[in-house]
Design a protein around this ligand. Structure first.
Ligand code: PLP
Length: 398
């Protein structure tokens, strides 16, 4: 099938995906096809779909919608973000090398490291904000350069255009994990990347009720390869998950705008707070990646990390004072979440590697939702108040 570039704006693409494509009843929203298989029209006459692992009408609409948003040729929908990562690794031959950021999502770190230890592939983890380390990594001729920007949980920002150019000189494929921003805020394929992956569990779906993933390719041959491996390994997403994700995707643009607006208020509040040691948010002018973020993103996103003045005990006290923010992993849903990366999202990363990546015990990560921002600020006030109450108690007991 020849892919036609969709020239509509992102908000229109997301809202209109699959609308009025039902030829049987003229349904406005596309139907959910749960069927695992499809009849042949006759002997040796397969229709467009034969078996849902290989292809499914509902999943196909979602895959094409995300590809259109990312301005790629096609998108494979997978059963989770990690299976999207796993799918990309199928493009490698035994022993080929991946150059990954040292502070990538803990699950990616675990998969890369485990495959490295098993001798399936070779992986180097480097600080991609450090030019010297990056160039040294590229000298080893990686086949894939993996980028995650902003990174999880410290929101380090790297220059996609620059890294893509350097990687291309070495003949590497550039893969960007765009989970933290979504295509509304960043389009890596337009900056030189070859593949974009998503944990669609996050902003793409946005309602914390689906685990899913997506891989979008810029090039038709790479897309065909990915589709082949997705079918071969059986990691394609379930139709019902695609249906829900497509429904969530329709409001991506308006959700993201509200997420970003709330996040900037929260980041400014935290930065001015005397009980905060440091705030990590690319929208703040003193953030190291602020200028790159301004150049390659159309908004700063809604993930914020911050270090409390104190230690892990203070972090526990702070958390005990919250009632709007939920203590949970994941991110990108309409509801606000808070997590302690060291013991939660990055628990799979050894403590010494956490320290190298800058993950300390007083670090907390926020996924800012779309609630009324005044309620979020009041809730954070209660967290800080808990820390102060304990301090006062400790002083009077001492
Ligand atoms: N990439 C990033 C940046 C993530 O934050 C996550 C999950 O948190 C993943 C990939 C993996 O996605 P999933 O949990 O959907 O498998």
């Amino acid at each position: 099938m020849t892919k036609v570039v969709n020239h509509f704006a992102s908000d229109t693409i997301a809202v209109r995906a699959g609308i009025e494509t039902d030829t049987q009843h003229g349904a406005i929203t596309p139907p959910l096809y749960l069927s695992s298989n499809y009849s042949f029209a006759g002997f040796d006459e397969p229709r467009e779909f034969d078996y849902t692992r290989s292809g499914n009408p509902t999943r196909q609409i979602l895959g094409q919608a995300i590809a259109d948003l990312e301005q790629g040729v096609g998108g494979v929908i997978t059963s989770s973000g990690m299976s999207a990562v796993f799918l990309v690794l199928q493009l490698l031959k035994a022993g080929e090398r991946v150059l990954a950021p040292h502070d990538c999502y803990g699950g990616c770190f675990r998969l890369f490291r485990s495959y490295n230890e098993k001798g399936i592939i070779s992986v180097d983890f480097v600080d991609q904000t450090n030019d010297e380390a990056l160039l040294a990594g590229l000298e080893k001729n990686p086949k894939i350069v993996w980028i995650e920007t902003p990174s999880n949980p410290l929101l380090r920002v790297v220059d996609i255009e620059k890294i893509s150019r350097l990687a291309k000189e070495k003949g590497a494929l550039v893969v960007v994990d765009n989970t933290f921003l979504s295509p509304v805020l960043q389009k890596p394929l337009l900056l030189g990347a070859d593949i974009v992956i998503h944990s669609a569990t996050k902003y793409i779906n946005g309602h914390s009720d689906v685990v899913g993933g997506a891989v979008v390719a810029k090039d038709a041959a790479v897309y065909e390869d990915l589709k082949w491996w997705a079918n071969c390994t059986g990691i394609t997403g379930a139709p019902f998950d695609s249906f829900l994700t497509l429904r969530g995707l329709r409001t991506l643009d308006v959700r993201i705008k509200r997420h970003c607006k709330n996040a900037l208020r929260v980041a400014e509040y935290l930065q001015a707070h005397p009980q905060v040691e440091k705030v990590y948010f690319p929208g703040l002018e003193d953030h190291e990646g602020h200028e790159i973020a301004k150049k390659q993103q159309s908004g700063f996103g809604a993930m914020i990390s911050f270090k409390l003045n104190g230690d892990v005990e203070d972090a526990k006290k702070f958390l005990s004072g919250l009632s709007v923010f939920s203590l949970a992993e994941s991110l990108g849903g309409v509801e606000s979440l808070i997590c302690h990366p060291s013991t939660m999202t990055h628990a799979a990363v050894a403590i010494e590697d956490q320290i190298t990546a800058g993950i300390t015990q007083n670090l907390l990560r926020l996924s800012i939702g779309i609630e009324n921002v005044e309620d979020l600020l009041t809730d954070l006030d209660s967290g800080f108040e808990q820390c102060r109450l304990h301090e006062v108690k400790e002083v009077s007991n001492g």
